[in-house]
Design a binder for this molecule. Sequence first.
Ligand SMILES: C[S@@+](CC[C@H](N)C(=O)[O-])C[C@H]1O[C@@H](n2cnc3c(N)ncnc32)[C@H](O)[C@@H]1O
Length: 233
Amino acid sequence: MSDISPPERRNFYGRVHGKTLRASQKSYLAEDLDHLTLSGVTVADNPDRVALDVKALFGDGPLWLEVGFGGGEHLVHMAARYRDVTLIGCEPFVNGIAMLLGKLRAAEVDNVHIHPGDVRDLFDVLPVACLDKAFLNYPDPWPKARHHRRRFVTPGYLALLARVMKPGAEFRVATDIPDYVRQTLEEVPPAGFDLIAQTGQGQAWEDWISTRYEQKALREGRDPHYLTFRRQA
Ligand SMILES: C[S@@+](CC[C@H](N)C(=O)[O-])C[C@H]1O[C@@H](n2cnc3c(N)ncnc32)[C@H](O)[C@@H]1O
């Protein structure tokens, strides 16, 4: 599978650029992105793929990850709510990153770090069992059957995720696509996770905030599903 290939041979199928950025968004990218970006994650930055020293970087507190934060609503909400937690957000879509940066300024939070790229590059350089929680909100659905192997909930991605999660760490998945629920329930447990809860619309996590993609799903008549897993010991 592409996702267990060496980083320089991986394919990323999503969008990296969208519509033209506003002047304010360009200035957020120019002024804020560098100092919020985790160094030592990309192949160019860390060709030997040396593991990050997470204790030196972030201290002893909890470390959480959001995969594909989109416009950043959930990431900023969690950072503001849990100021003692360090959050890493990964997102290759520049327009989403610019939106996040605007929200970070407004929320005045300082516990967020960004990898503006593919989460698999981050997985490579995180040490074993370092994450206390991971969020996958409205992952790209890849509706065509021949594209299902591009989904995050496939063995290649999940093995990388499982390696870096602490025993007992929580993995949350939100999606509006019934076939994505099916594949999540099929693929996540064999990767080393137990299903803890599965709920539907109106029954999200107590600390949930609805994202842009969830709002789009609701407008278009699709139902949210919320799945909670725990990394096995
Ligand atoms: C459908 S959007 C959902 C965005 C957001 N989580 C929300 O709920 O509004 C999925 C996002 O995942 C990102 N994504 C896809 N593959 C990724 C990867 N390998 N690493 C990091 N982000 C990824 C995409 O760029 C996209 O912004």
